[in-house]
Design a protein around this ligand. Structure first.
Ligand SMILES: [Zn+2]
Length: 124
């Protein structure tokens, strides 16, 4: 069970993550618009390089929107007082683990048991 202070601290982290991701999603949008505008009457840029940059941006945007969903879900669990409840064994997830990865839904033991790195890791 999280204390009110811990709940508040986790909420602050989740909100900051959401804001940061929201900002970069906006930047990706601008990038896409610039690209379309640049295309008109200009072929000097290497097409292959351009495609590469563009698809990297899209992959990042995909990952970001996935993370935004995870963060929103974590906020709902936090509001419901269930953020620290492991979805596998219902044991409490350690506060330190939640601080490092507030979007996690598994305690350390269950996470380790799955033996795979999942996308609930926080962005670099
Ligand atoms: Zn567990």
């Amino acid at each position: 069970m999280l204390t009110p202070d811990q709940t508040k601290e986790l909420k602050t982290i989740l909100e900051a993550d959401l804001t940061r991701l929201g900002d970069s999603a906006h930047k990706t949008m601008e990038f896409t618009m610039d690209r379309d505008r640049d295309r008109i009457g200009r072929d000097s840029m290497d097409e292959a390089t351009e495609e590469e940059v563009y698809s990297t941006q899209l992959r990042l945007a995909d990952r970001e929107s996935f993370l935004v969903t995870k963060i929103r879900e974590a906020m709902l669990r936090l509001d419901a007082g269930k953020l620290d409840e492991c979805e596998e064994c219902s044991e409490p997830i350690g506060f330190k683990r939640l601080l490092a990865r507030p979007v996690t839904t598994l305690c350390f033991e269950c996470k380790s048991a799955r033996e795979q790195v999942e996308a609930d890791d926080r962005p670099e």
